[in-house]
Ligand binder design. Structure first.
Ligand code: NAD
Length: 355
């Protein structure tokens, strides 16, 4: 018999094609009056169009969102939020846009509406990572959790194939670690397996035909489920390693996740064989889960080696030291020499060590 605790996430989700047209009605339904529309500079046109559709409900547009949520950007946006008389935010984009909405909500308790355009999954979590003076700190809290998420498949069609591939594997990583989380439970494990299966089938199609709407819908639904996993149960070695690698060597977030994931699962498989078996089943292979993930990465032409991302070889030891410095829960105890081997393999682009 399994003993577990399940905490549900309090979020409202709309999913479909063309659903972003329902944003105005959602803002009115929530009783909000003025929405500050947030995004990155690269998505300025999309967020400006969205603000136009909102008409008098739009308080303005702030297109300064950036990776890892710099506090300096949040402070600029906060002035804009207050001066414009906004009472809620609309974040359109990936984890960077969502992060800015969360950072503003943390400081103002403003209601958040999110329209995700990547597969990062941040919209389903009460987690915020902020960067100040080169240091990233992460916190959780009810104010951080976005209240309404509108998944509009149409908004994801422009996500370039390579970004789609790595963003999709970033989502798979949330689901894989949910399967062996300390606080795992049967509900999240079901969602995790389904997330891996949906993304595993959709990503190879998307890299070949980025406008395939069915594949896009499956990937986005998989990303939603994976985001729920990230928001509901604790993560372990894989997320810790990516945090260390991203923060120390300024590696791109989704790419680092993509490269490390097969190696992290290979490390943990001996202590979490059921999780590894479920990953293989979800990816429809009879072999081991770590190799299945490595092969998936190959099939979607994802980067394979941390050195391709610019990580120096001398950084392998530093990363190993940092990864074991502060103890955290992991199904398999952390052994510095083995973690070093794992990072060295990921750095070189070697297959995962599966025995
Ligand atoms: P991102 O939001 O930085 O987006 C990457 C780039 O792609 C940006 O330039 C963006 O404008 C562009 N883009 C996004 N969607 C597009 C689309 N549909 N068409 C064309 N261009 C598009 O990247 P990300 O990987 O989604 O998010 C990474 C950030 O999110 C990191 O800071 C990470 O730490 C954070 N994150 C947080 C959580 C959490 O729960 N707190 C979860 C996952 C990621």
């Amino acid at each position: 018999m399994e003993t577990f605790i399940y905490n549900g996430l309090a979020t409202r989700v709309l999913f479909g094609s063309g659903t972003s047209r329902r944003l105005k009605a959602e803002i009115e339904r929530a009783g909000c009056k003025r929405a500050l529309v947030l995004g990155t500079a690269a998505q300025l046109k999309t967020i400006t169009d969205l603000a136009e559709e909102l008409g008098s409900l739009a308080a303005g547009v702030f297109a300064g969102a950036a990776m890892h949520t710099p506090v300096q950007v949040t402070e600029e946006a906060l002035i804009y939020f207050r001066d414009s008389g906004a009472d809620c935010t609309v974040a359109l984009g990936g984890g960077s846009s969502t992060g800015l909405g969360k950072a503003l909500a943390l400081r103002t308790d403003a209601m958040q509406f999110v329209l995700p355009t990547t597969y990062a999954g941040s919209e389903m979590t009460p987690i915020l990572g902020e960067t100040e003076n080169g240091v990233k700190t992460t916190q959780r809290g009810p104010r951080i959790q976005p209240e309404v998420t509108i998944y509009d498949v149409d908004l994801t069609l422009t996500l370039p194939p390579q970004l789609s591939a790595t963003s999709g594997v970033n989502a798979i990583a949330h689901a894989v670690e949910a399967l062996y989380a300390e606080d795992r439970n049967p509900v999240m494990s079901l969602m995790a397996e389904q997330a891996i299966a949906m993304l595993g089938r959709a990503l190879p199609v998307i890299v070949k035909t980025p406008l395939d709407k069915d594949a896009r819908a499956n990937a986005l639904q998989g990303a939603w489920l994976a985001g729920m996993c990230l928001g509901s149960v604790g993560m372990a070695l894989h997320h810790k390693l990516c945090h260390v690698l991203g923060g120390t060597f300024d590696l791109p977030h989704a790419e680092a996740h993509t490269i490390v994931l097969p190696h992290a699962l290979a490390y943990n498989a001996a202590a979490a064989p059921e999780a590894a078996r479920i990953v293989a089943r979800a990816l429809n292979v009879s072999g081991d889960g770590a190799t299945a993930l490595f092969d998936l990465n190959r099939s979607i032409a994802a980067p394979r080696a941390l050195r391709e991302l610019g990580m120096p070889e001398a950084g392998i030891d530093k990363a190993a030291d940092l990864a074991v410095r502060n103890p955290y829960w992991n199904p398999r105890p952390l052994q510095r020499d083995l973690i070093r081997d794992l990072i060295a393999r990921a750095w070189a682009g070697d297959p995962p060590q599966t025995n």
